[in-house]
Design a binder for this molecule. Structure first.
Ligand code: HEM
Length: 508
Protein backbone atom coordinates (compact mmCIF):
# COMPACT_ATOMS: atom_id res chain seq x y z
CA UNK A 1 0.00 0.00 0.00
CA UNK A 2 2.75 2.42 1.05
CA UNK A 3 4.89 1.55 -1.97
CA UNK A 4 1.84 2.08 -4.26
CA UNK A 5 1.43 5.56 -2.75
CA UNK A 6 5.14 6.24 -3.20
CA UNK A 7 4.97 5.33 -6.92
CA UNK A 8 1.77 7.31 -7.62
CA UNK A 9 2.22 10.49 -9.72
CA UNK A 10 1.96 13.70 -7.59
CA UNK A 11 -1.16 14.81 -9.51
CA UNK A 12 -3.03 11.65 -8.48
CA UNK A 13 -1.98 12.10 -4.87
CA UNK A 14 -3.31 15.65 -4.85
CA UNK A 15 -6.61 14.54 -6.39
CA UNK A 16 -6.89 11.76 -3.81
CA UNK A 17 -6.31 14.24 -0.98
CA UNK A 18 -9.00 16.59 -2.32
CA UNK A 19 -11.45 13.69 -2.68
CA UNK A 20 -10.76 12.56 0.91
CA UNK A 21 -11.27 16.10 2.16
CA UNK A 22 -14.61 16.43 0.34
CA UNK A 23 -15.78 13.03 1.61
CA UNK A 24 -14.82 14.01 5.14
CA UNK A 25 -16.78 17.26 4.82
CA UNK A 26 -19.85 15.39 3.52
CA UNK A 27 -19.55 12.95 6.42
CA UNK A 28 -19.36 15.83 8.93
CA UNK A 29 -22.31 17.59 7.26
CA UNK A 30 -24.47 14.49 7.55
CA UNK A 31 -23.49 13.48 11.09
CA UNK A 32 -22.18 16.23 13.43
CA UNK A 33 -23.66 18.89 11.12
CA UNK A 34 -27.12 17.32 11.33
CA UNK A 35 -27.10 17.27 15.12
CA UNK A 36 -25.83 20.86 15.16
CA UNK A 37 -28.61 22.01 12.84
CA UNK A 38 -31.14 20.29 15.10
CA UNK A 39 -29.61 21.90 18.21
CA UNK A 40 -29.74 25.35 16.56
CA UNK A 41 -33.35 24.82 15.39
CA UNK A 42 -34.44 23.53 18.82
CA UNK A 43 -33.17 26.76 20.39
CA UNK A 44 -34.61 29.02 17.68
CA UNK A 45 -31.13 30.17 16.60
CA UNK A 46 -30.68 32.50 13.63
CA UNK A 47 -27.40 33.70 12.12
CA UNK A 48 -25.84 36.91 13.43
CA UNK A 49 -25.01 39.66 10.91
CA UNK A 50 -21.56 39.07 9.45
CA UNK A 51 -18.64 41.48 9.23
CA UNK A 52 -18.10 42.22 5.50
CA UNK A 53 -14.62 40.70 5.19
CA UNK A 54 -12.69 41.29 1.98
CA UNK A 55 -10.74 38.16 2.78
CA UNK A 56 -13.31 35.89 4.44
CA UNK A 57 -11.19 32.74 5.05
CA UNK A 58 -8.69 34.00 7.63
CA UNK A 59 -10.02 37.52 8.17
CA UNK A 60 -6.59 38.99 7.40
CA UNK A 61 -8.18 42.23 6.17
CA UNK A 62 -9.62 42.98 9.59
CA UNK A 63 -6.52 41.76 11.43
CA UNK A 64 -4.38 44.23 9.45
CA UNK A 65 -6.83 47.01 10.23
CA UNK A 66 -6.76 46.12 13.93
CA UNK A 67 -2.97 46.29 13.94
CA UNK A 68 -3.21 49.76 12.35
CA UNK A 69 -5.84 50.91 14.85
CA UNK A 70 -3.64 49.62 17.66
CA UNK A 71 -0.74 51.73 16.41
CA UNK A 72 -2.89 54.84 15.98
CA UNK A 73 -4.40 54.36 19.48
CA UNK A 74 -7.92 54.06 18.10
CA UNK A 75 -8.42 50.34 18.69
CA UNK A 76 -11.31 50.83 21.15
CA UNK A 77 -13.02 53.65 19.32
CA UNK A 78 -12.93 51.67 16.06
CA UNK A 79 -14.42 48.63 17.81
CA UNK A 80 -17.26 50.88 18.92
CA UNK A 81 -17.71 52.24 15.39
CA UNK A 82 -18.00 48.69 14.05
CA UNK A 83 -20.76 47.89 16.56
CA UNK A 84 -22.58 51.01 15.43
CA UNK A 85 -22.20 49.91 11.80
CA UNK A 86 -22.90 46.15 12.04
CA UNK A 87 -24.98 45.79 15.20
CA UNK A 88 -24.30 44.99 18.84
CA UNK A 89 -23.43 41.39 18.01
CA UNK A 90 -21.89 40.21 14.73
CA UNK A 91 -19.81 37.34 13.41
CA UNK A 92 -16.32 37.57 11.97
CA UNK A 93 -13.17 35.58 11.28
CA UNK A 94 -10.19 35.82 13.57
CA UNK A 95 -7.10 34.12 12.17
CA UNK A 96 -9.30 31.65 10.33
CA UNK A 97 -11.46 30.89 13.37
CA UNK A 98 -15.19 31.58 13.66
CA UNK A 99 -15.81 34.38 16.10
CA UNK A 100 -18.66 36.43 17.50
CA UNK A 101 -18.12 39.84 18.98
CA UNK A 102 -20.67 41.53 21.18
CA UNK A 103 -21.41 44.51 23.40
CA UNK A 104 -24.79 43.11 24.44
CA UNK A 105 -25.21 42.70 28.24
CA UNK A 106 -27.36 39.55 27.82
CA UNK A 107 -24.73 37.84 25.69
CA UNK A 108 -21.90 38.82 28.03
CA UNK A 109 -23.89 37.51 30.99
CA UNK A 110 -24.43 34.19 29.19
CA UNK A 111 -20.71 33.87 28.37
CA UNK A 112 -19.51 34.71 31.87
CA UNK A 113 -22.25 33.42 34.12
CA UNK A 114 -25.34 31.54 32.97
CA UNK A 115 -23.40 29.41 30.44
CA UNK A 116 -20.07 29.61 32.27
CA UNK A 117 -19.49 25.84 31.84
CA UNK A 118 -19.61 26.21 28.04
CA UNK A 119 -16.60 28.53 27.84
CA UNK A 120 -12.87 28.61 28.58
CA UNK A 121 -10.19 31.26 28.29
CA UNK A 122 -8.72 31.44 24.80
CA UNK A 123 -5.51 29.62 23.95
CA UNK A 124 -4.02 32.92 22.75
CA UNK A 125 -4.33 34.30 26.28
CA UNK A 126 -2.67 31.22 27.74
CA UNK A 127 0.13 31.26 25.16
CA UNK A 128 0.82 34.95 25.77
CA UNK A 129 0.63 34.93 29.58
CA UNK A 130 1.98 31.57 30.69
CA UNK A 131 5.69 31.98 29.82
CA UNK A 132 5.95 34.76 32.39
CA UNK A 133 2.98 34.22 34.70
CA UNK A 134 2.88 30.41 34.67
CA UNK A 135 -0.28 28.54 35.57
CA UNK A 136 -2.35 30.58 37.98
CA UNK A 137 -5.82 31.96 38.60
CA UNK A 138 -5.56 34.28 35.62
CA UNK A 139 -4.47 31.64 33.10
CA UNK A 140 -6.12 28.43 34.33
CA UNK A 141 -9.44 26.86 33.39
CA UNK A 142 -11.63 24.07 34.77
CA UNK A 143 -10.52 22.21 37.93
CA UNK A 144 -7.08 23.92 37.91
CA UNK A 145 -8.76 27.33 37.96
CA UNK A 146 -11.13 26.18 40.75
CA UNK A 147 -8.12 25.05 42.77
CA UNK A 148 -6.38 28.44 42.26
CA UNK A 149 -9.48 30.43 43.09
CA UNK A 150 -10.30 28.40 46.22
CA UNK A 151 -6.73 28.75 47.42
CA UNK A 152 -6.63 32.53 46.84
CA UNK A 153 -10.11 33.63 47.89
CA UNK A 154 -9.52 33.68 51.68
CA UNK A 155 -6.70 36.20 51.14
CA UNK A 156 -9.16 38.83 49.99
CA UNK A 157 -11.33 39.07 53.09
CA UNK A 158 -12.00 42.56 54.39
CA UNK A 159 -9.41 42.58 57.18
CA UNK A 160 -6.69 41.85 54.63
CA UNK A 161 -7.71 44.46 52.08
CA UNK A 162 -8.20 47.36 54.47
CA UNK A 163 -4.55 47.84 55.43
CA UNK A 164 -4.67 51.62 55.07
CA UNK A 165 -1.47 52.13 57.10
CA UNK A 166 0.46 50.21 54.49
CA UNK A 167 -1.07 52.25 51.64
CA UNK A 168 -0.44 55.49 53.57
CA UNK A 169 3.30 54.77 53.74
CA UNK A 170 3.53 54.44 49.98
CA UNK A 171 1.23 57.40 49.27
CA UNK A 172 3.60 59.53 51.35
CA UNK A 173 6.47 58.30 49.14
CA UNK A 174 4.42 59.33 46.10
CA UNK A 175 3.73 62.78 47.52
CA UNK A 176 7.48 63.30 47.96
CA UNK A 177 7.88 62.84 44.19
CA UNK A 178 5.39 65.59 43.31
CA UNK A 179 6.99 69.01 42.66
CA UNK A 180 5.49 71.88 44.64
CA UNK A 181 6.75 74.69 42.38
CA UNK A 182 3.97 74.33 39.84
CA UNK A 183 6.02 72.30 37.36
CA UNK A 184 4.43 69.48 35.41
CA UNK A 185 4.34 65.91 36.71
CA UNK A 186 2.85 62.83 35.10
CA UNK A 187 0.90 61.21 37.92
CA UNK A 188 0.34 58.10 35.81
CA UNK A 189 4.01 57.10 36.14
CA UNK A 190 3.83 57.61 39.88
CA UNK A 191 0.61 55.59 40.18
CA UNK A 192 2.22 52.65 38.37
CA UNK A 193 5.10 52.78 40.86
CA UNK A 194 2.71 53.19 43.80
CA UNK A 195 0.62 50.14 42.96
CA UNK A 196 3.71 48.05 42.32
CA UNK A 197 5.05 49.02 45.74
CA UNK A 198 1.77 48.29 47.54
CA UNK A 199 1.14 45.05 45.60
CA UNK A 200 4.65 43.69 46.27
CA UNK A 201 4.33 44.55 49.94
CA UNK A 202 0.91 42.83 50.11
CA UNK A 203 2.22 39.76 48.26
CA UNK A 204 5.80 39.39 49.42
CA UNK A 205 5.90 41.37 52.66
CA UNK A 206 8.49 43.68 51.15
CA UNK A 207 7.99 46.49 48.68
CA UNK A 208 9.82 46.77 45.35
CA UNK A 209 10.57 50.40 46.36
CA UNK A 210 9.90 51.78 42.90
CA UNK A 211 8.83 55.22 44.11
CA UNK A 212 11.88 57.38 44.48
CA UNK A 213 14.19 55.09 42.48
CA UNK A 214 15.34 55.40 38.87
CA UNK A 215 16.54 52.77 36.38
CA UNK A 216 20.21 52.95 35.48
CA UNK A 217 21.99 51.03 32.74
CA UNK A 218 23.24 48.38 35.19
CA UNK A 219 20.26 48.37 37.46
CA UNK A 220 16.89 48.10 35.83
CA UNK A 221 13.97 48.78 38.19
CA UNK A 222 11.49 45.97 38.76
CA UNK A 223 8.79 48.41 37.72
CA UNK A 224 10.38 48.90 34.29
CA UNK A 225 10.89 45.16 33.75
CA UNK A 226 7.26 44.52 34.61
CA UNK A 227 5.90 47.31 32.41
CA UNK A 228 7.97 46.20 29.41
CA UNK A 229 6.80 42.60 29.70
CA UNK A 230 3.12 43.36 30.26
CA UNK A 231 3.09 45.75 27.29
CA UNK A 232 4.51 43.03 25.06
CA UNK A 233 2.08 40.43 26.39
CA UNK A 234 -0.87 42.78 25.88
CA UNK A 235 0.05 43.38 22.23
CA UNK A 236 0.66 39.69 21.67
CA UNK A 237 -2.64 38.55 23.15
CA UNK A 238 -4.66 41.21 21.29
CA UNK A 239 -3.33 40.94 17.77
CA UNK A 240 -0.70 38.20 17.94
CA UNK A 241 1.96 38.10 15.32
CA UNK A 242 0.96 41.44 13.84
CA UNK A 243 2.63 43.11 16.77
CA UNK A 244 5.67 40.85 16.77
CA UNK A 245 6.74 38.13 19.14
CA UNK A 246 8.64 38.63 22.40
CA UNK A 247 12.23 39.77 21.86
CA UNK A 248 15.47 39.04 23.73
CA UNK A 249 14.83 41.89 26.10
CA UNK A 250 11.46 40.42 27.06
CA UNK A 251 13.10 37.07 27.91
CA UNK A 252 15.82 38.78 29.95
CA UNK A 253 13.28 40.87 31.84
CA UNK A 254 10.97 37.88 32.43
CA UNK A 255 13.93 36.00 33.97
CA UNK A 256 14.54 39.05 36.20
CA UNK A 257 10.91 39.03 37.35
CA UNK A 258 11.09 35.30 38.14
CA UNK A 259 14.27 35.84 40.12
CA UNK A 260 12.67 38.64 42.12
CA UNK A 261 9.61 36.52 42.99
CA UNK A 262 11.65 33.37 43.71
CA UNK A 263 13.58 35.16 46.44
CA UNK A 264 10.35 35.78 48.36
CA UNK A 265 8.97 32.33 47.65
CA UNK A 266 12.11 30.81 49.21
CA UNK A 267 11.77 33.14 52.16
CA UNK A 268 8.11 32.21 52.70
CA UNK A 269 8.88 28.50 52.43
CA UNK A 270 11.75 28.80 54.93
CA UNK A 271 9.49 30.75 57.29
CA UNK A 272 6.82 28.05 57.01
CA UNK A 273 9.33 25.24 57.64
CA UNK A 274 10.60 27.08 60.73
CA UNK A 275 7.05 27.53 62.00
CA UNK A 276 6.26 23.85 61.48
CA UNK A 277 9.40 22.72 63.28
CA UNK A 278 8.55 25.03 66.20
CA UNK A 279 11.58 27.28 65.69
CA UNK A 280 9.21 30.23 65.41
CA UNK A 281 5.72 30.42 66.80
CA UNK A 282 2.75 32.57 65.86
CA UNK A 283 3.53 34.75 68.88
CA UNK A 284 7.07 35.63 67.82
CA UNK A 285 6.46 35.93 64.06
CA UNK A 286 5.69 39.41 62.71
CA UNK A 287 2.05 40.41 63.16
CA UNK A 288 1.63 41.49 59.57
CA UNK A 289 -0.34 39.95 56.75
CA UNK A 290 1.81 38.56 53.94
CA UNK A 291 0.01 36.87 51.06
CA UNK A 292 2.79 34.34 50.31
CA UNK A 293 3.02 33.29 53.97
CA UNK A 294 -0.66 32.36 53.80
CA UNK A 295 -0.30 30.60 50.47
CA UNK A 296 2.53 28.32 51.66
CA UNK A 297 0.04 26.83 54.12
CA UNK A 298 -1.83 25.47 51.09
CA UNK A 299 1.02 24.44 48.78
CA UNK A 300 4.78 24.23 48.97
CA UNK A 301 5.42 23.88 45.27
CA UNK A 302 7.73 26.85 44.53
CA UNK A 303 6.62 27.18 40.91
CA UNK A 304 2.94 27.20 41.88
CA UNK A 305 3.64 29.79 44.57
CA UNK A 306 5.59 32.02 42.19
CA UNK A 307 2.93 31.72 39.48
CA UNK A 308 0.01 32.54 41.77
CA UNK A 309 1.86 35.50 43.29
CA UNK A 310 2.75 36.86 39.84
CA UNK A 311 -0.84 36.35 38.68
CA UNK A 312 -2.03 38.55 41.53
CA UNK A 313 0.67 41.08 40.79
CA UNK A 314 -0.52 41.20 37.18
CA UNK A 315 -4.19 41.38 38.14
CA UNK A 316 -3.67 44.00 40.79
CA UNK A 317 -0.92 46.37 39.77
CA UNK A 318 -1.65 47.80 36.33
CA UNK A 319 -5.40 47.76 36.90
CA UNK A 320 -5.48 50.01 39.95
CA UNK A 321 -2.79 52.29 38.50
CA UNK A 322 -4.72 52.67 35.23
CA UNK A 323 -7.90 53.52 37.10
CA UNK A 324 -6.10 56.17 39.16
CA UNK A 325 -4.43 57.63 36.06
CA UNK A 326 -7.70 57.91 34.10
CA UNK A 327 -9.48 59.32 37.12
CA UNK A 328 -6.86 62.01 37.71
CA UNK A 329 -6.62 62.75 34.01
CA UNK A 330 -10.32 63.66 33.96
CA UNK A 331 -10.40 65.31 37.41
CA UNK A 332 -7.64 67.69 36.36
CA UNK A 333 -9.67 68.77 33.33
CA UNK A 334 -12.99 69.22 35.12
CA UNK A 335 -12.90 72.03 37.71
CA UNK A 336 -16.65 71.54 38.35
CA UNK A 337 -16.13 67.91 39.40
CA UNK A 338 -12.94 68.77 41.30
CA UNK A 339 -14.70 71.37 43.45
CA UNK A 340 -17.60 69.03 44.34
CA UNK A 341 -15.15 66.30 45.26
CA UNK A 342 -13.04 68.81 47.19
CA UNK A 343 -16.07 69.66 49.35
CA UNK A 344 -16.56 65.97 50.18
CA UNK A 345 -12.85 65.48 50.96
CA UNK A 346 -12.81 68.63 53.13
CA UNK A 347 -15.66 67.23 55.22
CA UNK A 348 -13.08 64.83 56.70
CA UNK A 349 -11.42 67.86 58.30
CA UNK A 350 -7.96 66.87 57.05
CA UNK A 351 -8.01 63.54 58.95
CA UNK A 352 -6.88 60.32 57.32
CA UNK A 353 -10.08 58.51 56.25
CA UNK A 354 -10.99 55.17 57.82
CA UNK A 355 -12.20 52.26 55.68
CA UNK A 356 -15.81 53.03 56.67
CA UNK A 357 -15.44 56.76 55.96
CA UNK A 358 -14.10 55.97 52.49
CA UNK A 359 -17.10 53.79 51.79
CA UNK A 360 -19.42 56.63 52.81
CA UNK A 361 -17.89 59.11 50.33
CA UNK A 362 -20.66 58.99 47.74
CA UNK A 363 -19.37 61.54 45.26
CA UNK A 364 -15.93 59.94 45.24
CA UNK A 365 -17.57 56.63 44.43
CA UNK A 366 -19.56 58.28 41.61
CA UNK A 367 -16.34 59.76 40.18
CA UNK A 368 -14.62 56.36 40.29
CA UNK A 369 -17.60 54.55 38.75
CA UNK A 370 -17.79 57.11 36.00
CA UNK A 371 -14.06 56.72 35.26
CA UNK A 372 -14.50 52.93 35.17
CA UNK A 373 -17.47 53.35 32.82
CA UNK A 374 -15.80 55.62 30.26
CA UNK A 375 -12.25 54.27 30.60
CA UNK A 376 -12.68 50.65 31.66
CA UNK A 377 -9.35 49.23 32.70
CA UNK A 378 -10.12 45.89 31.03
CA UNK A 379 -11.91 47.26 27.97
CA UNK A 380 -12.30 44.04 26.02
CA UNK A 381 -11.99 40.39 26.77
CA UNK A 382 -12.88 37.00 25.34
CA UNK A 383 -13.67 33.35 25.81
CA UNK A 384 -13.87 30.29 23.58
CA UNK A 385 -16.83 27.87 23.36
CA UNK A 386 -15.71 24.41 24.51
CA UNK A 387 -18.93 22.73 23.36
CA UNK A 388 -21.75 23.62 20.99
CA UNK A 389 -23.85 26.28 22.66
CA UNK A 390 -25.76 29.50 21.93
CA UNK A 391 -25.93 33.14 22.93
CA UNK A 392 -29.38 34.51 23.79
CA UNK A 393 -29.66 37.50 21.41
CA UNK A 394 -28.34 39.09 18.21
CA UNK A 395 -29.50 36.67 15.50
CA UNK A 396 -32.05 37.02 12.70
CA UNK A 397 -33.42 40.11 10.97
CA UNK A 398 -34.63 41.73 14.19
CA UNK A 399 -31.41 40.67 16.01
CA UNK A 400 -33.43 39.26 18.85
CA UNK A 401 -33.00 35.55 18.17
CA UNK A 402 -30.40 33.31 19.83
CA UNK A 403 -27.16 32.65 17.94
CA UNK A 404 -25.69 29.18 17.57
CA UNK A 405 -22.01 28.82 18.52
CA UNK A 406 -20.08 25.84 17.22
CA UNK A 407 -17.50 24.36 19.61
CA UNK A 408 -14.29 26.36 19.15
CA UNK A 409 -16.01 29.67 18.33
CA UNK A 410 -14.36 32.68 19.93
CA UNK A 411 -16.55 35.17 21.75
CA UNK A 412 -15.01 38.57 22.27
CA UNK A 413 -16.85 41.26 24.20
CA UNK A 414 -16.25 44.96 24.41
CA UNK A 415 -16.98 46.48 27.80
CA UNK A 416 -15.70 49.79 26.41
CA UNK A 417 -18.41 49.86 23.71
CA UNK A 418 -21.15 48.62 26.04
CA UNK A 419 -20.32 51.33 28.60
CA UNK A 420 -20.75 54.00 25.89
CA UNK A 421 -24.05 52.78 24.44
CA UNK A 422 -26.53 55.65 24.20
CA UNK A 423 -29.53 53.31 24.40
CA UNK A 424 -28.24 52.24 27.84
CA UNK A 425 -26.68 55.41 29.28
CA UNK A 426 -28.61 58.07 27.38
CA UNK A 427 -27.63 60.59 24.69
CA UNK A 428 -24.90 62.02 26.96
CA UNK A 429 -23.24 58.59 27.31
CA UNK A 430 -19.89 59.93 26.06
CA UNK A 431 -19.80 62.63 28.75
CA UNK A 432 -18.00 62.25 32.11
CA UNK A 433 -20.85 62.94 34.48
CA UNK A 434 -20.46 61.48 38.01
CA UNK A 435 -23.96 62.76 38.94
CA UNK A 436 -25.56 60.12 36.70
CA UNK A 437 -24.69 57.58 39.44
CA UNK A 438 -27.20 59.18 41.82
CA UNK A 439 -29.89 57.23 39.98
CA UNK A 440 -28.07 54.56 38.00
CA UNK A 441 -28.35 50.96 39.24
CA UNK A 442 -26.98 48.99 36.30
CA UNK A 443 -26.68 45.21 36.20
CA UNK A 444 -24.65 43.54 33.46
CA UNK A 445 -24.57 46.86 31.55
CA UNK A 446 -21.73 48.02 33.84
CA UNK A 447 -18.93 45.50 34.01
CA UNK A 448 -15.55 46.91 35.01
CA UNK A 449 -14.75 43.96 37.29
CA UNK A 450 -16.30 41.17 35.21
CA UNK A 451 -19.14 39.02 36.47
CA UNK A 452 -20.01 35.40 37.22
CA UNK A 453 -17.70 32.86 38.84
CA UNK A 454 -14.55 34.64 37.57
CA UNK A 455 -15.50 38.04 38.93
CA UNK A 456 -12.50 40.08 40.06
CA UNK A 457 -11.21 38.97 43.45
CA UNK A 458 -9.51 42.28 44.14
CA UNK A 459 -12.40 44.71 43.53
CA UNK A 460 -12.59 45.87 47.15
CA UNK A 461 -8.82 46.16 47.43
CA UNK A 462 -8.64 48.24 44.23
CA UNK A 463 -11.48 50.56 45.18
CA UNK A 464 -9.99 51.09 48.63
CA UNK A 465 -6.54 51.88 47.26
CA UNK A 466 -7.83 54.20 44.53
CA UNK A 467 -10.15 56.03 46.95
CA UNK A 468 -7.59 56.37 49.72
CA UNK A 469 -4.85 57.61 47.37
CA UNK A 470 -7.20 60.17 45.82
CA UNK A 471 -8.35 61.50 49.18
CA UNK A 472 -4.83 61.77 50.62
CA UNK A 473 -3.54 63.50 47.49
CA UNK A 474 -6.41 65.97 47.60
CA UNK A 475 -5.80 66.62 51.29
CA UNK A 476 -2.17 67.41 50.54
CA UNK A 477 -2.70 69.46 47.38
CA UNK A 478 -5.53 72.00 47.23
CA UNK A 479 -5.54 72.69 43.52
CA UNK A 480 -4.87 70.84 40.34
CA UNK A 481 -4.19 72.15 36.87
CA UNK A 482 -4.15 69.97 33.77
CA UNK A 483 -1.02 70.18 31.64
CA UNK A 484 -2.42 68.13 28.82
CA UNK A 485 -4.63 69.40 26.02
CA UNK A 486 -5.39 66.05 24.36
CA UNK A 487 -8.70 64.30 24.70
CA UNK A 488 -8.41 61.00 26.60
CA UNK A 489 -6.62 58.49 24.37
CA UNK A 490 -6.19 54.76 24.95
CA UNK A 491 -2.91 53.22 26.06
CA UNK A 492 -3.37 49.48 25.72
CA UNK A 493 -1.05 47.06 27.49
CA UNK A 494 -2.67 44.16 29.34
CA UNK A 495 -4.96 46.87 30.68
CA UNK A 496 -5.99 50.25 29.36
CA UNK A 497 -4.44 53.41 30.77
CA UNK A 498 -4.14 56.94 29.37
CA UNK A 499 -1.81 57.52 26.42
CA UNK A 500 -1.02 61.07 27.55
CA UNK A 501 -0.83 60.01 31.18
CA UNK A 502 -2.19 62.32 33.85
CA UNK A 503 0.00 65.39 33.38
CA UNK A 504 -0.78 67.98 36.01
CA UNK A 505 0.59 70.68 38.23
CA UNK A 506 -0.43 70.32 41.87
CA UNK A 507 -0.49 73.20 44.33
CA UNK A 508 -0.27 72.63 48.10
C1 HEM B 1 -9.46 48.93 39.12
C2 HEM B 1 -8.90 47.79 39.42
C3 HEM B 1 -9.30 46.46 38.87
C4 HEM B 1 -10.09 46.15 37.81
C5 HEM B 1 -10.83 47.11 36.88
C6 HEM B 1 -10.12 44.71 37.71
C7 HEM B 1 -10.83 44.00 36.74
C8 HEM B 1 -10.80 42.63 36.59
C9 HEM B 1 -11.44 41.92 35.52
C10 HEM B 1 -12.23 42.55 34.37
C11 HEM B 1 -11.20 40.60 35.72
C12 HEM B 1 -11.66 39.44 34.85
C13 HEM B 1 -10.61 38.99 33.89
C14 HEM B 1 -11.06 37.78 33.11
O1 HEM B 1 -11.76 36.92 33.62
O2 HEM B 1 -10.70 37.65 31.95
C15 HEM B 1 -10.43 40.48 36.93
C16 HEM B 1 -10.01 39.29 37.46
C17 HEM B 1 -9.23 39.20 38.58
N1 HEM B 1 -8.80 40.23 39.38
FE1 HEM B 1 -9.17 42.18 39.13
N2 HEM B 1 -9.35 44.17 38.69
C18 HEM B 1 -8.83 45.20 39.43
C19 HEM B 1 -8.00 45.09 40.51
C20 HEM B 1 -7.59 43.92 41.08
C21 HEM B 1 -6.74 43.81 42.23
C22 HEM B 1 -6.17 44.98 43.01
C23 HEM B 1 -6.54 42.48 42.46
C24 HEM B 1 -5.73 41.79 43.49
C25 HEM B 1 -4.74 42.28 44.18
C26 HEM B 1 -7.30 41.75 41.46
C27 HEM B 1 -7.37 40.39 41.37
C28 HEM B 1 -8.03 39.71 40.37
C29 HEM B 1 -7.97 38.26 40.22
C30 HEM B 1 -7.22 37.29 41.12
C31 HEM B 1 -8.72 37.94 39.09
C32 HEM B 1 -8.94 36.58 38.48
C33 HEM B 1 -10.26 36.00 38.91
C34 HEM B 1 -10.54 34.66 38.28
O3 HEM B 1 -10.25 34.45 37.09
O4 HEM B 1 -11.08 33.83 39.00
N3 HEM B 1 -7.92 42.67 40.64
N4 HEM B 1 -10.20 41.74 37.45
Amino acid sequence: MLSALKDAPPGHLALGAVACFILYQVYIYLTVGASRRKFAADHGCQPAPAYPHREPIFGIDLALKLARYGKSKTFLEQARNRFLAYGNTYSLKVMGKNAITTCEPENIKATLATKFQDFNLSNVRKAAFQPLFGKGVFTNDGPEWEHSRTMLRPNFVRSQVADLDMIEKHVQNLIKEVPTDGSTIDLQDLFFDLTLDTATEFLFGESAHSLGSKSTEENERFSDLFTYCTTMIGDWSRIGIFFGIPDQRYHRFAAGIHKFADRYVEKALAHHRAQKSGMITCENSPNRYIFLDELVKKTNDPIELRSEALNILLAGRDTTASLLACLWNVLSKRPDVWSKLRAEVDSLGGKKPSFEELKDMKYLRYCINEALRLYPVVPSNGRVAIRDTFLPVGGGKDRKSPIFLKKGTLVSYSVFSMHRREDIYGPDAAEYKPERWEKLRPGWEFLPFNGGPRICLGQQLALTEASYTTVRLMQHFRDVESRDSHPWTELLTVTCASNYGAKVALKP
